[in-house]
Design a binder for this molecule. Structure first.
Ligand SMILES: Nc1ncnc2c1ncn2[C@@H]1O[C@H](COP(=O)(O)OP(=O)(O)OP(=O)(O)O)[C@@H](O)[C@H]1O
Ligand SMILES: Cc1ncsc1CCO
Ligand SMILES: [Mg+2]
Length: 249
């Protein structure tokens, strides 16, 4: 982590993880069919509770008590499209934090239109890869107040004047499908217990990245890496965070 002017260290990450473990926030995920399973498992390993309803007639009721809502635009069905405004309405009504994952928004005018719709809400966190974030750049600029979380070898978290970076993880994280989508859900889980959105995102990606480093040491390739990533995330403690973040953080 660099570029921080307030303290962001292993103790801070551990305190956010402890809040997730204690409060077990439910994270409502409208997400793609490819990533549903790994997203739900990663949330459980993290100590959060996934709910995945997508039917437009029930999605608001299910999401109403959630600690955060994730809207992921991958493999969207017409039903999923109809669920989005219901989720935005309940998020507004109940003041539930919103995270947008603009999967492949650069390929689809429909996804761009839906991303614009989501970005009309105040205080949205957007988590995407570099291509997705570049495609949404103008929309995010004009929306204002957006926290941008761009993942890759080094994750970049930008909100207002503040820029944070997280240099943890392993290249196998980009070799298993859905691990980016799952990272968005972990950002949502941390945001559910931490009002500072930038710190929440940095904590989630630091924990995930360090779990990735630990998993890579145990795995033989991308397949077993995915399994070890769930185990490493579930077993992450402050000592492991401290050992890998260093004291300067
Ligand atoms: N080369 C890398 N080295 C370290 N960590 C990486 C690397 N590439 C990706 N990651 C990590 O993997 C996670 C997923 O990020 P990525 O940018 O690959 O998402 P994505 O492209 O949206 O993935 P997907 O759409 O397949 O779910 C992030 O936590 C990121 O830090
Ligand atoms: C591969 C793929 N296609 C649509 S969603 C998804 C999962 C990773 O984003
Ligand atoms: Mg993605």
């Amino acid at each position: 982590m660099s570029g921080m002017n307030d303290s962001f260290d292993a103790a801070r990450v551990a305190s956010i993880l402890a809040r997730v473990a204690k409060r077990r926030p439910r994270i409502h995920c409208l997400t793609n069919t490819v990533a549903q399973n790994v997203t739900a498992n990663m949330l459980l390993a993290f100590g959060a509770v996934p709910s995945m309803a997508s039917h437009p007639e029930e999605v608001a009721a299910v999401a109403a008590g959630a600690g955060a809502i994730l809207v992921n635009l991958g493999t969207l069905s017409p039903e999923g499209e109809r669920a989005i405004p219901k989720l935005l309405a309940i998020a507004r009504e109940r003041d539930i934090p919103l995270v947008l994952d603009p999967v492949f928004v650069e390929l689809s005018p429909l996804r761009l239109r839906l991303a614009e719709e989501v970005l009309k809400q105040p205080g949205v966190i957007v988590r995407g890869n570099a291509a997705e974030m570049a495609a949404l750049d103008a929309v995010m600029q004009s929306a204002g107040g957006v926290l941008r979380v761009t993942t890759g070898r080094i994750d970049r978290i930008e909100g207002g004047e503040r820029v944070l970076s997280v240099a943890h993880g392993h290249e196998w994280m980009a070799r298993v499908t859905g691990l980016g989508c799952a990272s968005s859900a972990l950002v949502a889980a941390c945001r559910a217990v931490e009002p500072d959105a930038a710190i929440a995102a940095a904590a989630a990606l630091t924990a995930y990245g360090i779990a990735g480093e630990i998993a890579a040491e145990r795995a033989a390739g991308p397949g077993s890496f995915a399994m070890h990533l769930i185990d490493a995330l579930a077993g992450l403690d402050e000592a492991a965070l401290r050992a890998r973040m260093g004291s300067a953080a």
